[in-house]
Design a protein around this ligand. Sequence first.
Ligand code: NAD
Ligand code: DAU
Length: 329
Amino acid sequence: MRVLVTGGAGFIGSHFAKRLVAGGDDVVVLDKLTYAGNPANLDGTGIELVIGDIADGEAVARAGAGCDAIVNFAAETHVDRSILGPTEFVHTDVLGTMTLLEWARTTGARYVQVSTDEVYGDLEAGGRAVEGDPLRPSSPYSAAKAGGDLQVLAYVRTYGVNASITRGANTYGPNQYPEKLVPLFVTNAFEGEPLPVYGDGQQVREWLHAEDHCAGVELVLREGAPGEIYNVGGEDHANLEVTHRILELTGADPGLVRHVEDRAGHDRRYAIDDTKLRGLGWSPEHSFGETGLRETVEWYRANRDWWEPIKSGDYRRYYEEQYAGRLQG
Ligand code: NAD
Ligand code: DAU
């Protein structure tokens, strides 16, 4: 199969592109190379990279020529950046998704939309979201992702596009841009910089290894039914628990932990039921608590040449805007 992987120069998309190639598929990546896109993530793979915007129909047609399927990882993905400015989120996550769906409609290609558990919003203790639950997104990011999901479902129903949706949990692993909790705290710990915990740090997320996330998406690509949604779950841990484990694994000073002003609209808990995907034969191979986080910390320890250049320039400007006031306050 020849597959167009959009956002394939980013974190999860690059794992996915490499996984398909290792399994014998032919892959072309379409990526705009925003701050989060990094061609080095595809180094040595020989995978064709087309630089372009998923909201540009001509770029999509050029990259997609000859493809049987498209898997859409391209998105603006960071909640904190969406709070600073949502415009790019709507452009890519809604308009971009619709542009890809148009291409799938005209070519008849199979389509998988990589979405997020954040579209279900805050979950009460005890409950777990199932795929048919109402969408209650809290942030401009998750609202944009929910908009993309609704476009997908509309294209299935109205035009008969052969599309499915995955909704994955918080993903960690090698090659994650150091703005999200795990890579930010791991690299800050190595640099002796503060670890800025929002609020009381008792927010709960489900942690899913990138390889397990990609295995779920691949299964849905091959076996998923049109119009169906599949949750891809992880392991529940509170942020403060993750923070203390990172301190242990990096050997950093516990005095680096700072409780700072909370994220606006911060969801307390995400939790999803992934029984439906397990019914297709998926189960995770990595345990966050046992090996997954340790191996990830070791990857960042061994690959400073990957992340040190990123933590300069535009990254510094973002970091100052997001954290300077919080860390002083
Ligand atoms: P990322 O931020 O690491 O990478 C996103 C990629 O998309 C980058 O390579 C970027 O250059 C590219 N991109 C952005 N806008 C584009 C545009 N307009 N046209 C073409 N390319 C564009 O993201 P990630 O963490 O790997 O997430 C990938 C997907 O998985 C996203 O759709 C995200 O919503 C979803 N997801 C992520 C997580 C997570 O915890 N990281 C969890 C669940 C779902
Ligand atoms: O749940 C899936 C989602 O997971 C994906 O759709 C998103 O693309 C991905 O970014 C992630 O969203 P979160 O907002 O949950 O991830 P983040 O790493 O930004 O934050 C995880 C938790 O850690 C959250 O409760 C906020 C908290 N946090 C985060 C940062 C960056 C802090 O306490 N301090 C921080 O500096």
